[in-house]
Ligand binder design. Sequence first.
Ligand SMILES: *Cc1c(COP(=O)(O)O)cnc(C)c1O
Length: 363
Amino acid sequence: MTSDLTIDVIPSERPRSAEDRAALLKEPGFGQVFTDHMVTARYVEGRGWHDARLTAYQPLTLDPATSVLHYGQAIFEGLKAYHQPDGAVALFRPDQNAARFQRSARRMAMAEVPESLFLDSLTALVRQDRDWVPTKPGESLYLRPLEFAVDAFLGVRPAKEYLFLLFASPAANYFPGGVRPVSVWLSTEYTRAAPGGTGAAKCAGNYAASLVAQAQAAEQGCDQVVWLDAVEHKYVEEMGGMNLYFVFSDGRLVTPALTGTLLPGVTRDSILAIGRDMGLDTVEGRVTTDEWEAAAADGSLTEVFACGTAAVVTPVGAVKHAHGSFNIADAQPGALTMKVRESLLGIQQGTAPDSHGWMHRVA
Ligand SMILES: *Cc1c(COP(=O)(O)O)cnc(C)c1O
């Protein structure tokens, strides 16, 4: 689907001053500071996408009957804009996010945002708010596209009207004090996604359903929950909102296959390519919790890491489950984990060659 919609630019009358911006950019944290502008577009069945606008960042007004509040047709994306050494700003694989956003929309019976509208919105917002792109190593401008149903109607059916939104939030280095391995809780009580369900869609409801399991992981003294398959509770799927990788001493780099219940991460896909570039035997396969524990014990599993846009690559050091706990090697960040992390960050921050053509310069 294409669109030749142009985005009307109506800049904020009260953008924050350079001093206020500098103060906010000093310690941006994650997801708490928002830039001066946002993009919106509307969809109405029969009319298609229209009224694409870049305006001041501002609250929304919603009718109490707005259907997303009741039946949850809501999807989102997450990607980052990176400051480049020559002063440009570049996005990492935004076409992949555009495609996934469309797949998520299809699964939730929502209108698909045309790739051109998705990409043009990103470009327009980053250009308008380029002074909000942080420049220190490890920092970025996190971009949050989302779409939800806005019919004011209580009948249960796919909505006929949708709102597309894009806004931006400067993000600090995820590991300011150096990369720290996480501990994980293998959840057998809760599952994230079942066959035929919405596990491969980046929909809001998946996150709502995950929070109680994440709270349980915290009660167990763990940083993150690891999801297992819903049928047998033995195949490893993913960790919180990140995909997982297993490094074996025989040179295999294994990630759980996309069975339909996993979220197909852009970072996961990029690491498959980086692993191949490094000459590793990359495998999309299945790993059981018993294999995980046995291979950690006999030393054939040397490293485990999680990956996603927010933290890029995070080592997993320790694992706890209902019947015990174990460490991965010495529970420290593994050498290959750190090498993959540096390779990816190098491409994103423009300090390593972009041999796959992943970076899109927009400002
Ligand atoms: C977004 C997400 C990921 C990671 O995807 P990236 O495109 O790499 O950021 C992994 N798992 C879940 C459940 C997610 O929502």
